[in-house]
Design a protein around this ligand. Structure first.
Ligand SMILES: C[S@@+](CC[C@H](N)C(=O)[O-])C[C@H]1O[C@@H](n2cnc3c(N)ncnc32)[C@H](O)[C@@H]1O
Length: 211
C-alpha cells in the first residue's frame, strides 16, 4: 500500500462523518486544514496520483458522459491541479471552464498544465468554494472532485436546470450506502438527484437544480 492509498483509508470515515454532519466543513479548523495541507502536497500531487493503484480519473470521466444539458459555462470547484477542469474542457470543447482553488500553489500548477497542453477554453484562479464570488444562476455545470462539497453555494451559482457533478476517486461504497442522506442533503439545497453510480473504487453523483 503506498502513501496515497493509506490516505484513502483515512478518507472513508471522514467522508462518512461529513455526509452525516456537513456543518463540519464550515468549522474554522477544517477550513484551516484545507488551506495548510494542499499547499504542502501540491508539488507531488500529480506524481502520487500516477503512482497510485487507484484509477483516479475513472469516476469523473464516467460522470461527464451523463451530463446532458450541453453546458456552456462550467466551474470546477476545489480544482487542485486541475484534473477535473481539464477533463471537462476536453470533453466539452465548446464550453468555457473555470477552475478555482484556495491554494495559490495548486492554481499555479494547474495554469502551467493547461498552458503546456495548449487548452484554451479554461482558466484557473484563486477562490473559496464556500464563498464564491459569482452571481446567482451563472453556470450550466458545476463539477467538484475529491474535495469538500459546499452545496448551498453550488446551488446558488447554478442556473435553473443546471447540473452538478460530484466525483470521488475512492470510498465509492460509502457514498452508495449513504444515498438516502445524500438525497436529503441535495434536496435541501434545491437540487434533485439524477444519478449516483460506483465507478471502480470511486463514485459520481449527478444532480440538477430544480426549475
Ligand atoms: C484532494 S484535492 C482535490 C483536487 C482535485 N479536485 C482532484 O480531484 O484531484 C482538494 C482540493 O480542494 C481545495 N479546497 C479545499 N477547500 C476549499 C475551499 N473552501 N475553496 C477552494 N478550494 C478548496 C484544496 O486546496 C485542494 O486543492
Amino acid at each position: 500500500m503506498n502513501v496515497f492509498d493509506i490516505k484513502t483509508v483515512i478518507m472513508t470515515p471522514l467522508i462518512k462523518l461529513i455526509i452525516k454532519h456537513p456543518k463540519i466543513m464550515k468549522a474554522k479548523i477544517f477550513m484551516k486544514a484545507m488551506v495548510y495541507f494542499p499547499e504542502k502536497i501540491s508539488e507531488s500531487y500529480d506524481e502520487k496520483i500516477q503512482k497510485s493503484e487507484i484509477d483516479y480519473m475513472a469516476s469523473i470521466l464516467d460522470g461527464l458522459e451523463y451530463v446532458d444539458n450541453k453546458p456552456q459555462k462550467i466551474i470546477d470547484l476545489c480544482t487542485g491541479t486541475g484534473i477535473a477542469a481539464i477533463s471537462a474542457a476536453k470533453y466539452f470543447p465548446k464550453a468555457f471552464v473555470e477552475g478555482i482553488d484556495q491554494s495559490y500553489e495548486m492554481v499555479k500548477i494547474s495554469k502551467e498544465k493547461a498552458k503546456r497542453q495548449r487548452i484554451k477554453n479554461l482558466n484557473f484562479k484563486k477562490g473559496n468554494a464556500a464563498n464564491l464570488l459569482y452571481k446567482d444562476n451563472e453556470f450550466d455545470l458545476v463539477i467538484t472532485s475529491n474535495a469538500p462539497i459546499y452545496l448551498s453555494e453550488i446551488s446558488r451559482v447554478l442556473k435553473q436546470g443546471g447540473e452538478v457533478l460530484v466525483s470521488f476517486s475512492f470510498s465509492g461504497k460509502a457514498f452508495i450506502k449513504a444515498e438516502k442522506e445524500i438525497v436529503k442533503l441535495i434536496e435541501k439545497n434545491g437540487l434533485t438527484l439524477i444519478k449516483i453510480k460506483n465507478v471502480k473504487k470511486g463514485v459520481f453523483i449527478l444532480g440538477q437544480k430544480r426549475e
